[in-house]
Design a protein around this ligand. Structure first.
Ligand SMILES: CC(C)(COP(=O)(O)OP(=O)(O)OC[C@H]1O[C@@H](n2cnc3c(N)ncnc32)[C@H](O)[C@@H]1OP(=O)(O)O)[C@@H](O)C(=O)NCCC(=O)NCCS
Length: 150
């Protein structure tokens, strides 16, 4: 089931065929969290996720990528709106579409990691982990900047 939403000149869609991996890669490779990520990995990550693309008249201008079983858990990542489209409520709208998606209701846990965009997510019920000591991770910052990475 593909979802489409429209607001003025902008639209949001979960149709994988509309995604523009090259445009997503152009943004992500300069982002603080996925700097240097190769295009092939962006393509693979898009194929394996539930993606909400944000589109303007010139093409794809934003994304929210959800890694999920659509039943119990969702991890939200690669959320961005291109700088020239920021500050117009598009990030908020994108997140409302994600959280309201019929495919993502009744999950036991949502997770995300952010450096400074807490304000965007707090409105939707996200908060610091109730039990931080119970959360474990393996994380490799700068993975894509190492010359031997695939
Ligand atoms: C975060 C981002 C997606 C928000 O998109 P946007 O279209 O500019 O956001 P909106 O205009 O809908 O604003 C939504 C709310 O988020 C807040 N917000 C936006 N960017 C923020 C940031 N970097 N830090 C803190 N709050 C932020 C706004 O103040 C606003 O809150 P308000 O309605 O209470 O004033 C966009 O700024 C972006 O792409 N930033 C760079 C990438 C990034 O940091 N992504 C998040 C990774 S977790």
């Amino acid at each position: 089931m593909v979802e489409h939403y429209r607001r003025g000149p902008y639209s949001i869609s979960t149709d994988p065929a509309l995604l523009d991996p090259a445009a997503v890669h152009r943004y992500l490779t300069t982002s603080y969290w996925a700097q240097g990520i190769p295009l092939e990995l962006v393509e693979r990550s898009l194929r394996g996720s539930l993606c909400f693309g944000l589109y303007g008249s010139e093409g794809q201008v934003g994304l929210a990528r959800v890694i999920t079983d659509e039943t119990t858990f969702a991890y939200l990542c690669d959320v961005y709106v291109l700088p020239e489209h920021q500050g117009r409520g598009l990030g908020r709208w994108l997140m409302e579409c994600v959280m309201g998606s019929p495919r993502l209701q009744g999950l036991r846990r949502w997770m995300l990691v952010t450096r400074d965009a807490h304000g965007l997510y707090q409105h939707l019920g996200f908060g610091p982990p109730a039990n931080p000591a119970g959360i474990m991770e393996i994380v490799q910052p700068g993975l894509y900047l190492r010359r031997d990475s695939a």
